[in-house]
Design a protein around this ligand. Structure first.
Ligand code: NIG
Ligand code: FE
Length: 419
């Protein structure tokens, strides 16, 4: 099956030679073709080029049926890669939203049993089927926003059975939805109520029981730890990442959201794929990240929703680092998986240019979830995961029109989605 898309106003984020990520000044560069065509064959991008060079006879050779789409006035972009979400959850937490409006901090809410522990209660009570249905709807929702790859974490179970239950839901989403999905084991999201005052015992449970069982069922691609003030220490994190590494789980960690926690340093020590949040980043953290293979990942939705200090993204990019952006879709700190809004927040609150936020939500966030060879750009041989916009003036219009739904047509694995 072939699909030929013609008269594309701008084909954005094309790649002739594969790149690992884009960093520093290069983040402000995007390769694009004006007035372009793109050919999809089965689930892959087969070819693309300028309209004036389109040789229809050769594209149509082989007697295949070809579907043609006229994209006049539309932009074509690679799907967003959302490299950090917690979209498997039960219920919602608008009560805490009101607490926050009344002045309680995230840490205060967590200390009195709200926050992550509130979600843990509900996950434990929910059946796998209920969790799957709710998560499936969220995956459909983000696909409609233009997301084509997503990383999903456990971390609301906080006991062995409930963590495994969450990870099985993610496995089923991998099998039954067309998005490219990676799963992350986040047993160390918070210390559950029954281990209060016995944090080390809970870390032991993660190391001795949870990690081996998760690995035995091959349920997780990565391992995460919330390494921050009031949550897990650098020493705890070191032990858990070391245990995960023995089972082939690379680290992707929550770090430096609430303080200069040392999370970035321990992440880099274990060659983490990404360190995420990064509200507290100074010269030492930047120096540690430079020369590493770890993608600094910023979650503008959480900082916006919780009214937290903003990560020094400009300083990081100006120092030559790459930066990825992700949604952190979860019921407590970021109840939205809308990556276009994340781009707007990147521009407005972090002073990133439109080109920089597009790089941060495609090629760089693809790296941050280990899928940069399959998605993240328009390149021959990559998965045909992309979207066409409604008619718009140009790429800058996407983050500028910060609540407009501008996605018109979505392709995932070469198939046009029907909504
Ligand atoms: O990434 N910071 C830690 N974990 C989540 C919040 C989860 C929650 O509040 O439910 C985050 O923001
Ligand atoms: Fe998170």
């Amino acid at each position: 099956m072939k699909t030929l898309i013609i008269n594309i106003k701008k084909l954005v984020q094309i790649e002739k030679a594969p790149r690992t990520w884009v960093a520093g000044k290069d983040m402000a560069q995007l390769s694009s073709i004006d007035n372009a065509w793109l050919l999809v064959e089965d689930d892959k991008i087969a070819a693309f080029g300028e309209m004036k060079e389109l040789d229809k006879a050769s594209v149509c050779s082989g007697g295949d049926t070809i579907k043609e789409i006229d994209a006049t006035g539309r932009l074509l972009l690679p799907s967003y890669c959302d490299s950090h979400t917690h979209l498997v959850y039960a219920g919602s937490r608008e009560v805490e939203y009101i607490d926050k409006i009344r002045g309680l901090s995230y840490e205060e809410i967590a200390r009195r049993g709200g926050g992550i522990l509130n979600s843990a209660e509900r996950i434990r009570q929910a059946s796998e089927e209920e969790l799957y249905d709710a998560a499936y709807d969220r995956v459909q929702e983000i696909a409609g926003y233009g997301t084509g790859a997503v990383e999903i974490k456990s971390g609301y179970g906080l006991d062995t059975d409930s963590e495994l239950k969450m990870l099985r839901v993610i496995r089923r989403l991998k099998q039954e939805t067309p998005l490219l999905i990676k799963s992350t084991f986040l047993g160390a999201h918070a210390v559950p109520a029954e281990y209060k005052g016995r944090q080390t015992d809970y870390v032991d449970l993660i190391i001795n029981e949870m990690i081996p069982m998760v690995a035995a069922e091959e349920l997780a691609d990565y391992i995460d730890v919330f390494c921050d003030k009031g949550f897990f220490t650098v020493e705890d994190t070191d032990r858990m990442l070391n245990a995960g590494m023995k089972y082939g789980m690379r680290a992707k960690i929550h770090a430096n959201e609430l303080d200069y926690s040392g999370g970035i340093q321990v992440g880099v020590k274990y060659d983490a794929l990404s360190v995420d949040h990064l509200e507290y980043v100074g010269d030492e953290e930047i120096a540690c990240l430079l020369g590493s293979e770890t993608m600094p990942t910023v979650l503008p939705g959480a900082a916006f929703f919780l009214n937290m200090p903003y990560s020094p993204v400009r300083q990081m990019i100006d120092a030559g680092l790459p930066v990825a952006l992700a949604s952190d879709y979860n019921p407590g700190s970021s109840p939205s998986g809308n990556m276009k809004f994340i781009m707007s927040l990147g521009c407005i609150n972090y002073k990133m240019l439109p080109e920089e936020v597009i790089n941060a939500t495609t090629i760089n966030s693809a790296y941050a979830m280990g899928v940069q060879e399959e998605v993240g750009s328009i390149a021959v041989g990559k998965l045909a995961n992309f979207y066409l916009t409604k008619p718009v003036p140009g790429i800058e219009y996407l983050p500028y029109a910060y609540t407009a739904d501008l996605v018109e047509t979505v392709f995932l694995r070469g198939e046009q989605l029907q909504f």
